[in-house]
Structure formats: C-alpha cells, structure tokens
Design a protein around this ligand. Sequence first.
Ligand SMILES: Cc1cc2nc3c(=O)[nH]c(=O)nc-3n(C[C@H](O)[C@H](O)[C@H](O)COP(=O)(O)OP(=O)(O)OC[C@H]3O[C@@H](n4cnc5c(N)ncnc54)[C@H](O)[C@@H]3O)c2cc1C
Length: 394
Amino acid sequence: MSITEQSPVAPVRFADHTTSRVGGPAAQWLRAETEARAVEAIRAADEAGTALFVLGGGSNTLMADDGFDGLVVQMAFTGIEQLPEAEAEGLADDRVRVRVAAGHPWDDAVAWTVERSLAGVEALSGIPGSAGATPVQNVGAYGADVSQVLHAVRALDRRTGQIVELEAERLRFGYRDSIIKRSMLEHGAASPQWIVLSIDLDLHRPAADGDASAPVRYAQLARALDVAEGTRASLQTVREEVLALRAAKGMVSDPQDPDTWSTGSYFTNPIVPASVRARLPEGAPAFAAGHDDDGVELVKLSAAWLIDHAGFGKGFGLPEVEPREGGPDGRGRDGQGLVGGRASLSTKHTLAVTNRGQASTEDILVIARTVRDGVAERFGVQLHPEPMIVGTAL
Ligand SMILES: Cc1cc2nc3c(=O)[nH]c(=O)nc-3n(C[C@H](O)[C@H](O)[C@H](O)COP(=O)(O)OP(=O)(O)OC[C@H]3O[C@@H](n4cnc5c(N)ncnc54)[C@H](O)[C@@H]3O)c2cc1C
C-alpha cells in the first residue's frame, strides 16, 4: 500500500479539518474513501510501528500546534442502510436495525432516520462529526445518548488486526465515556484500540398513530415542544426544535459563525460526591448520578453554571467584553483580549471555547485553563475536558 501516492505535496494541517480550525500539520495523511482502504492503512501503520491518528469530522479533536508526526487516516467512507430482518439477530419486533458507515456525517444519518419515521436519534440532531465517532464518547444531548439505541459496532481491533463485532454492553458506556475512549486515555494513546468501521442502531418502527418520537426526556426541549416531559411529539418537530435550540447556543456548525468554531462543550459536567454539592451556593443545579464503588452518593453538576458563577461570562477573553463582578478581566492587561482576542468563550454559551479566526491550539488552551482554574479556585470543583487533546495538554 502506498500512502504517499495519496498525500498531497503540501502537508495537510489539522486546522483545515477540525471544527476549532486549529492544529498543525501531519507527516502523512490518508483520506480513506473505502472501509477496505482504511483497514489496510491502519493495519500497515500498526505493523510498521507508525504513530496513528484516526480522524472523523474533527469536531472533538484538539491537535497540538506542532501537528502529528505519524499517519492520519481520515474516515471518509459513507453509507447507510436498513438491514434485512434475517441479518438482524436479536432484533425486537417493534424495531428496525440501521447500519451506518463510520465516515457518514452523523447529522445526515439522523435526517435519514427521521425521513423514514424511525424513532430513537432525533434528539441527537445537529451534533457535528462522523457516525463512527458517536460511540467513542457516547455522544448525547437533550436527554438522549447514542447508547440508548446502539446495538453493536463493527470495529478493527488493533491488538489483533481482526475485524470484530462488539455489542453495546461490551462498550461499557458511561456519561461521555466508553471503553473505546478509555483505551486512549488510559494508555496515553493518540488513537483507540478499536477503530469503529460501522455502527448498528436499533430504532423504533413508525408507531401505528404516526411518526412519534422517543419520549422527550429534557425539560427545555419539552417546553419548546409544548409537551409534558416523558411524552412524545412528532419526529420532525423534535428534530426542528432541537436544531433551533442548538443554533441559539452556537452548537450547530456554521462556517459563518465563530461561536461555532469549537469542539462544542469544552468541559463535561462534573460528577462529584453529594457532599460537594452541599458546599455550593443555593441554586447550583445537581442531578442524581448513582453511587461510586464505595457506595458514596454522586451528583452531576452543571459545568456551564459553575463557569458562569465563577465570573466567566459569555465572550470571556474578548477585548470588548466587560469583566464580570467577582470574575477575572478577560480583556487582558493591554485591553486586547486574554490571548489577543484570538480565542474566547462563545458569546452564546459559556461551555464552548471558540476560535475567533486566528487562534492557535495553545490560545484555546489558555482560555480553557483560565476557566478551569477559576472554577477550581471558586468552588473547589475540578472541570475535565471533553475533547480529545493530542500532542499537548490542558
Ligand atoms: C458545535 C459543536 C457541537 C457539539 N455538540 C455535541 C453534543 O451535543 N453532544 C456531544 O456528545 N458532542 C458534541 N460535540 C462534540 C462532537 O461533535 C462529537 O463528540 C462527535 O461525535 C465527534 O465526531 P468526529 O467525527 O468529529 O470526531 P473526531 O474529532 O474526528 O474524533 C474524536 C475522537 O474520536 C476518535 N475517532 C474518530 N473516528 C473514530 C472511529 N471511526 N473509530 C474510533 N475512533 C474514532 C478520534 O481518534 C478522536 O480521538 C459538538 C461539537 C461541536 C463542534
């Protein structure tokens, strides 16, 4: 296999392939238009001991400004189909199984299901990136996550070089977490042990009474739809409302809007012992999150609330945004913005760290560090990054 035949003369930069528009060049870059090409390239890289980075849509990746000294395989193969029942083992009567290729844009897959009145992923409308990356961090939004409908993934196991099928329970999904993601974080690896080639989703067939969505499990969405939480609405309406809610927060990719030049939420919602919640001011949102292995009660806090109440308002880091009472002055010493105004919190949502046009990865990290440290100082709560940070650190 020749990689160089595919590589353009000028090095390919991550900045041109990530939604944050940052990140340096890669030594080698392969855009894999077929699954076979991706598998062949990954196996060859692993056999040769070449560093590997697998890229989907680049919407959850922050690559170092120095770039990546290895091979990038961009998963660019697409395809979506309803599997014949004979091939869909263990499928419940009221479901259909849909297989989506790893490189298929996730939101195109959601639109495809809604057009066919198949319920289950409509609340995940508007999440950028590829279908193959959705199990990596168990993408979720508006009370839904992909683990609720994911039956299995087909994946290349890099330890054996074999293609395997992993059913959902083997992926050990958690909040923005899976065994795939942990295989990177726990070994400091740039890419996971399992490279997802396709995902199988078990979706509800159209209900007899029309195109009903899955039950709406998020108060803000239920209000927007004017339905009670836990009840259903029309699939198309749910999709439209989710897209509208997301757009208002800068959470739908828009090439014209720097508020969306980000990795979405930069921080996950911290899960902490309930005793930590008791120390926070009244009004700090907290949701039951089960118990840890020692039986300690856990709660999930709102990262956005913590950031906001630590004094980091929307647009923090921009020269024209006034400091918040009790918060740091994001305009910087010379009034030019914290990092020259090149990066800031989104002006629509405090959870997104955005590139205002000329940012480097380091600029993004300076904003994120300032926010993380400010929240720790104010509330004693540690925020953790959601995107995969490669070649550098927060
Ligand atoms: C505006 C905006 C809004 C967002 N909103 C949400 C949201 O509501 N909910 C949410 O959960 N996320 C959200 N995100 C984050 C992001 O869109 C998701 O995590 C998405 O699934 C990432 O897909 P990707 O293909 O772009 O991943 P990439 O950035 O290309 O890759 C992310 C990680 O997954 C690995 N990876 C990619 N493809 C594969 C594969 N096929 N097999 C194995 N590993 C792979 C990469 O190596 C990397 O470590 C948002 C991002 C943006 C920019």
